[in-house]
Design a protein around this ligand. Structure first.
Ligand code: IMP
Ligand code: MG
Length: 184
């Protein structure tokens, strides 16, 4: 079905069907790896909310969900290298098996700061699950345990991912036309 926001996309990168198939695979992998445990999924707001909602329903284990909000982007398309905690977790993670769920791993600035902070709170374990990975943009090494898709260096939107807070509601992931953000 055509969406009113399609005009701002160059092309669709992952359809709804491709996303749901891959999310089901990730859920099955997480279910196997955490068998006998009760993971705490930590969604990073706001980009992870759609992915997390789908992923958690594919994990066949008792699990709990909490959220953190960090800011590193303004309305631009590159990370600032500084992370501010806008909203912290509601519960203690001491002794918990924490699985951080994020929309995309790009430079690694945001997640390397965040993972170090979570580690300092004495969880039993911390792992990272991102829907997308842009390895070519990495400036900080980050260990990625579960990854939906590795993608080239395009700015993508939809399925929770935004540009200037828009496009999160698109049910698929598309490449944003550079003209929209003043690119070439
Ligand atoms: P990093 O600190 O550079 O790894 O930035 C990670 C954050 O940047 C992600 O959580 C996203 O919010 C945002 N981001 C990076 N690349 C994209 C993209 O292609 N589309 C939308 N948001 C992006
Ligand atoms: Mg964002």
């Amino acid at each position: 079905m055509a969406h009113v926001l399609d005009k701002d996309l160059d092309r669709v990168l992952f359809s709804e069907e491709e996303l749901s198939r891959r999310v089901a695979e990730l859920g099955a992998e997480i279910t196997r790896d955490y068998a006998g445990k009760e993971p705490l999924l930590v969604g990073i707001l706001r980009g992870s909310f759609v992915f997390l909602a789908d992923l958690v329903r594919q994990i066949n284990l008792p699990c709990t969900v909490d959220f953190m909000a960090v800011s590193s982007y303004g309305a631009g398309t590159a990370s600032s290298g500084q992370v501010n905690i806008v909203k912290d977790l509601s519960e203690s993670i001491e002794g918990r098996d924490v699985l951080v769920v994020e929309d995309i791993l790009d430079s690694g600035n945001t997640l390397s700061c965040l993972l170090a902070l979570l580690q300092s709170r004495k969880p039993a374990s911390v792992r990272l699950c991102t829907l997308l990975d842009k390895p070519s943009r990495r400036t900080k090494a980050v260990e990625l345990h579960y990854c939906g898709f590795s993608i080239p260096d395009h700015f993508v939107v939809g399925y929770g991912l935004d540009y200037a807070e828009q496009y999160r509601s698109l049910p698929y992931i598309g490449v944003l036309k550079p003209a929209v953000y003043g690119g070439e």
